[in-house]
Design a protein around this ligand. Structure first.
Ligand SMILES: Nc1nc2c(ncn2[C@@H]2O[C@H](COP(=O)(O)OP(=O)(O)OP(=O)(O)O)[C@@H](O)[C@H]2O)c(=O)[nH]1
Ligand SMILES: [Mg+2]
Length: 227
């Protein structure tokens, strides 16, 4: 039984998926015995699905699943249902955050329920616009909800499965699933720690950043109204 599941959501990642997953596995083989990788695609229109299926056939550690429904929160739910391990670590397929977050987070999950890999507390090379967008969201999360953390993006987040299961029914279908889980578990006094991460992400986002911004703030206000 694997001790940790690495969850990788993918949307149209044909250019990097195979190479990055193989690279990730060669890193994990040296530092983390007993892992599984769960790759979930939603609505990819390129050859991501064929590549994912080939990877799953070639490597017993990999599980691949896909649906036509868009939304990374749906993918997360599917990933959690497929994972056998009791620790789930989400990372982006572009591997833009240093992979050493994975073994560090895995160790921290011995004593914490959630580990928030934080670009704000670490080092980030991202465009000024993206940093400003994230900073604004972090500020609003602090002011409206009292949340003290510095990163609510998908990648570099680690969870104990039992914590996720408590909130899975109320998480959104998009990327707000992260703040949905963090906010509810923080309110319920879960043990949450932030770990600084180094992120160098200069490729174009696979999200539509305007839609994504509107959606995330809409969900954030929803949490605030529901307080
Ligand atoms: N399953 C699934 N994965 C998605 C979807 N949209 C994006 N992803 C994946 O989510 C991960 C993050 O996407 P990126 O394009 O790197 O997003 P980013 O803007 O760099 O993310 P930030 O860290 O928030 O700045 C990648 O692995 C994408 O392939 C989706 O609708 N479904
Ligand atoms: Mg990225």
């Amino acid at each position: 039984m694997p001790s940790v599941a690495i969850f990788v959501p993918v949307y149209n990642e044909e250019k990097i998926l195979s190479e990055n997953v193989v690279h990730l596995m060669s890193y994990l083989d040296g530092v983390l015995p007993g892992y599984e990788i769960i790759i979930v695609s939603n609505g990819s229109t390129d050859s991501t699905v064929e590549i994912g299926e080939k990877l799953a056939t070639a490597y017993p550690e990999i599980t691949f699943s896909h649906t036509h429904e868009r939304g990374v929160g749906h993918a997360f739910r599917r990933g959690v249902s497929l994972a056998r391990a009791d620790r789930i670590i989400a990372i982006d397929a572009d591997l833009t955050t240093d992979a050493d977050f994975i073994p560090r987070a895995c160790k921290l999950l011995d004593t914490y329920d959630i580990v928030i890999g934080s670009k704000k507390r670490g080092i980030q090379e991202r465009s000024a616009v993206r940093i400003m967008g994230s900073d604004l969201f972090i500020l609003f999360a602090r002011v409206l909800l009292g949340l003290p953390y510095g990163d609510y993006s998908i990648g570099a987040k680690a969870y104990r499965r039992e914590v996720i299961m408590r909130y899975l029914d109320c998480v959104g279908g998009g990327s707000s699933y992260v703040i949905d889980i963090i906010y509810r578990s923080w309110r319920d006094r879960a043990r949450i720690i932030e770990a600084p991460v180094r992120c160098s992400d200069t490729r174009k986002s696979h999200f539509n950043l305007v839609h994504e911004g509107i959606y995330r703030f809409y969900r954030l206000f929803g949490l605030w109204f529901g307080k």
